[in-house]
Design a protein around this ligand. Structure first.
Ligand code: ASP
Ligand code: MG
Length: 406
């Protein structure tokens, strides 16, 4: 008998029939003899709907109240799923995050888990029950209810798996796993059987927001394998894990893209200490999160500085830096909101030369102009015109297919 944590996303519990389907899947796992803790998201768009309601009664809802409100979404799905299981004759109990012992800090709307007191969970498991935990929430030491930030149920699930020493955290949604590229754009993209935490983190950050990066980080930290699979099919899914490979054969594992990119360039800033610090301190203070940053060596005593933000934050970023840039005596600010990112990701690239060259050549042959390039040890990203992103993804997937499929 092993202890397994399962997590079902919002689409998997979107309505009563789907909740019953999930109950049947849980029953099958129970019949195999496993102990189960199940984490659920709110039904369908329930969280969005609650946020809309809050905004209808208040122009700036209080974060404490908002968290208490949003926590109810997951309580609804947890209790309904429990009732469905009980109806099938399977002993089960639902717990809120607080009842499950999930202690967080007091940073409302994006709280972090501090610790999990597992006594209650263990007691229920020992009595043979399936424990259904409302995801995305916890309680502070002052007994205030908090939420963990959008998509936070993933984090709840992996944190519970770590605290309970579960064998695996199985995360079910409406997608069959992690693919070599987005199958909507690249029809012959393949499902990956496995992927490393590091690759998955790059993918979650530079590609589709398949999974909460915090959940992947937690998985890596506590070495909890995470299975990403569909609750609608029996496809085996993708296992995210840290198992070291003797020799990494699969060099490029994924071609990722992101269409939410805006670029700001500050031209002709004085090339002296403190300039970048002043700009980025102001941006951080205003809550603008900056992604890629590139500064080139100055010509004479001037330098150009470029950074990217999400499109939604472009106006804010410009508003923050305009007065500073004027003070600094920089020449001008140029911005562009119609950009996208394409990335190739793979652990096996780190010690092998030639990947960057092949990526750039592939893009060049498609007439794609590269505006910015950034890399990590296992990723190369090019920032290009938004209109060329999809074609670029297809071309790169084709160019690196040998490595992906090998
Ligand atoms: N229901 C929350 C959200 O929609 C948390 C989650 O689904 O993980 O963001
Ligand atoms: Mg949701």
């Amino acid at each position: 008998m092993s202890l397994i944590v399962q997590k079902y996303g919002g689409t998997s519990v979107a309505h009563a029939e789907r909740i019953k389907d999930v109950a049947r899947r849980i029953a099958r796992s129970r019949d195999r003899g496993d102990q189960l803790v199940v984490v659920v998201s709110a039904m369908g768009d329930a969280t969005d709907d609650l946020i809309k309601l809050a905004k209808q009664v208040s122009s700036g809802p209080d974060n404490r109240e908002l968290d208490l409100l949003l926590s109810t979404g997951e309580i609804v799905s947890a209790t309904l799923l429990t009732m469905a299981l009980q109806e099938m004759g399977y002993p089960a109990i639902s717990l809120t995050g607080a009842q499950a012992g999930i202690r967080t800090d007091s940073d409302f709307t994006r709280a972090r888990i501090l610790e999990i007191e597992v006594d209650r969970l263990r007691k229920e498991l020992d009595q043979g029950k399936t424990v259904i935990v409302a995801g995305f929430q916890g309680i502070t030491n002052e007994e205030e209810i908090t939420t963990l930030g959008r998509g936070g149920s993933d984090t709840t699930a992996v944190a519970l798996a770590a605290a309970l020493g579960a064998k695996v955290c199985e995360r079910y949604t409406d997608t069959e796993g992690i693919f070599s590229a987005d199958p909507r754009i690249v029809p012959d993209a393949v499902r990956l059987d496995e992927i490393s935490y590091d690759e998955m983190l790059e993918l979650a950050t530079y590609g589709t927001k398949v999974m909460h990066p915090r959940a992947i980080e937690l998985g890596e930290l506590y070495n909890i394998p995470i299975l990403v699979a569909s609750s609608f099919t029996d496809s085996p899914g993708t296992l995210i894990h840290g198992g070291a490979c003797m020799e990494v054969r699969n060099k490029v594992r994924n071609v990722a893209y992101d269409l939410d990119v805006a670029k700001v360039s500050v031209m002709g800033v004085p090339d002296r200490p403190g300039i970048a610090a002043a700009l980025f301190e102001a941006l951080a203070k205003a809550g603008v999160s900056v992604d890629t940053i590139v500064q080139n060596a100055g010509i004479g005593s001037l330098a150009d500085l470029t950074f990217t933000v999400t499109r939604g934050q472009l106006a804010k970023a410009l508003e923050v830096i305009k007065p500073l840039v004027a003070q600094m005596g920089a020449k001008e600010i140029v911005s562009d909101a119609r950009l996208g990112k394409v990335s190739i990701i793979g652990t096996g690239m780190s010690n092998t030369p030639g990947f960057a060259a092949r990526m750039f050549r592939t893009l060049a042959e498609k007439g794609v102009n590269i505006q910015l390039i950034t890399t990590s040890e296992i990723r190369i990203t090019c920032i290009i015109d938004e209109a060329q992103v999809k074609e670029a993804v297809r071309a790169l997937h084709k160019a690196f297919e040998v490595e992906i499929k090998e």
